[in-house]
Design a protein around this ligand. Structure first.
Ligand SMILES: *[C@@H]1O[C@H](CO)[C@@H](O)[C@H](O)[C@H]1NC(C)=O
Length: 322
């Protein structure tokens, strides 16, 4: 029987069909990998940085593993003078020239007294990171955003950090050419916002073809073992795109990302629950990859049980599909 394509297109939104691939293979330490950041060194070693353990560092010969714990990137915590400076969140690691930059968040759950810090290394190895303290991206009660979840992009030679948030969701700001501090005179602007739910965070900007893709996580991130949201309220991975890195992001229906827009890339399906904290990179063997943390419902819902997930991305439609 021939089913009309219009009906087929409706099925995923009705929850009838999950078109999502299961997470790719992972061996070695694949657990407790909240908000992962993946970077591949030129010698082929993969580094995975994650929330907790003063930024836990794992390495592997491939995205599939085996992942081995190396230690903490910042064993003394951050020198930023805020509560949370011994419990760093949501690392983001990039190579700028010949220096690796590790951005991290100092915050406490549900509070706006937060800052984005930065450390540098010439090798990525544990024991080589120097903490430089705050980038200047900070927030306190009364700001429209929360200064967490940083992501650096080199947009045609201009460094931008996209960050946040909850509160009024996701913001962006220009960084100096040495991107440990704000660009002179830089001001922050909003790039994504759901005015009803105000539940967007964990952004990551990735360029593919002519578009910048703004990936973000939406919903409740954490604590599913003690307080599970109503179905659909848990983390999921969304995307908007723009030909400019600095804004004009829209979803696949044309709705502005600053007005509740966002197309689902990956959400709960099968034994995968609450995927988020994602990043994207172009792997030399597997192509563009979406990586994230998720709950494997056969293992457990606690934050410390979150698993490392990854999938190859098909951009052929102009939108990322996993
Ligand atoms: C940033 O991007 C520009 C243009 O795409 C490139 O020329 C430059 O080398 C990049 N900077 C670094 C440090 O990689």
């Amino acid at each position: 029987m021939r089913i009309s394509t219009a009906i087929l297109a409706l099925l995923p939104s009705l929850g009838v069909v999950s078109g999502y691939a299961n997470p790719g293979a992972c061996s070695g330490t694949c657990t407790n990998t909240h908000d992962p950041s993946i970077i591949r060194r030129s010698d082929g070693t993969y580094f995975r940085f994650s929330t907790g353990g003063k930024i836990a560092v794992h390495t592997a010969p491939d995205i599939t593993g085996p992942w081995t714990y190396q230690g903490a990137a910042l064993p003394s915590g951050s020198k930023i003078n805020l509560a949370g400076n011994q419990d760093l969140w949501a690392p983001d690691v990039s190579l700028v020239g010949s220096t690796y930059y590790l951005y991290y968040s100092v915050s406490t759950f549900g509070v706006q007294d937060s800052a984005i810090g930065v450390a540098t290394s010439s090798s990525l190895d544990v024991g080589t990171w120097t903490d430089l303290g705050s980038t200047g991206i900070q927030s306190a009660s009364g700001k429209p955003y929360n200064a967490i979840d940083p992501n650096l992009i080199n947009a045609s030679g201009t460094y931008l950090i996209t960050f946040g948030s909850f509160w009024q969701d996701i913001y962006q700001v220009a960084m100096a050419s040495t991107p440990s501090t704000l660009a002179s005179g830089a001001s922050t602007y909003q790039v994504a916002y759901d005015p009803i739910k105000t539940d967007e965070e964990g952004s990551f900007v990735f360029k593919n073809g002519n578009y910048y893709y703004l990936f973000f996580s939406k919903g409740q991130c954490c604590g599913y073992d003690t307080s599970k949201p109503a179905a659909g309220g848990e983390y999921k991975i969304m995307v908007c795109r723009s030909t400019s890195a600095t804004g004009g992001y829209v979803d696949s229906t044309g709705t502005a990302c600053t007005n509740s827009g966002g197309t689902v890339v990956l959400e709960s399906h099968g034994t995968v629950y609450g995927p988020g904290g994602q990043g994207v990179y172009n792997d030399p063997t597997h192509g563009p990859i979406l990586y994230y943390h998720y709950v494997d419902t056969t293992i457990g819902y606690a934050d410390a049980q979150k698993q490392f997930g990854w999938n190859t991305i098909d951009f052929s439609s102009g939108w990322p599909v996993v």
